[in-house]
Design a protein around this ligand. Sequence first.
Ligand code: ADE
Length: 249
Amino acid sequence: MDMRFSVVTIFPDMIEAFKKFGVVAQAIAEGIIEVNVYNLRDFTTDKHRVVDDYPFGGGPGMVMKAEPFFRFYDFYLKEFGKPYVVLTSPQGRIFDNEKAMELSQKKDVVIFCGRYEGIDERVMDIVDEEISIGDYVLTGGELAAMVIVDATSRFVPGVVDEESVKRESFMKDLLDHPVYTRPRNVRGKSVPEVLLSGDHERIEVWRRKESMKKTILKRPDLFLKKESFDRIDKLSIIELFRELIKSAQ
Ligand code: ADE
C-alpha cells in the first residue's frame, strides 16, 4: 500500500459509498491506496455519543467538540504513527492540482470533516492544514474530503495511466481538445477529417490549435499564464491564423 487516507466523519456511509466506484475502488482493490473511514461518534465517551455543543459566548449554530478528535488522534498515533492532518473548511487554502500532487507525496493523510458552524479551535493544535475546495459553503466537509481523496489518488503512481497524468501536467495551461470515438457518423455529424488521416504531426497540431482556441475564448486567464510556446504551439498558432483568414474570406 502506497498511500493511506483516513476520513473522520459523522456520516461514514457517504465515504463508504464513494469507495465503491470507479478508479478509486480499483486502486483500493489493487492495494495501491487505502481509504479508511472512521465514525467520529465512536470516539465519544458519553451514552448519547454527542459530537457537538453550544458555542461559549452564545451565537447561532453548534460547534463540534474537541475531545472526540483528540481521542481519534491518540488512537491513530498508536495504530499507525503520525499522520498529516487536513481539516476541510471554507476558510482553508483553495484545493487545486498542485495541492493534490503535494498531498500525494505523503504516506498517511487524515481528513477531519467539519460540520455545523465549526470545530472547537483547540483541535487546530493537531491540524496541519485547512483545505477548502472552493469559495462556497457546503453543509459539511464530506464532499470536500471525497474531492481531496479523488484528485490526490490520481497522483499516486499506478492509480491512473501515467501517460495521461504526464500529459495533463504538460498541458496544464491549456484546456482539453475535443475528442471523438466510433462511429464516424453520428446523426449526420462527422469526425474532423484530420483525425482519420494517420498523420501524427498534423493531428497533434490540430489538437493543440483546438486547445488554444478553447482556452483563449473560455479561460483567457489561463492562457495569459502560459509561459512557453513549443514548436507544436507555434505551428498551431500559424494554423489558427490560416483558419481565421480562410473563414473571413
Ligand atoms: N466545508 C464547508 N464548506 C467547505 C468548502 N468550501 N471546502 C471545504 N470544506 C468545506
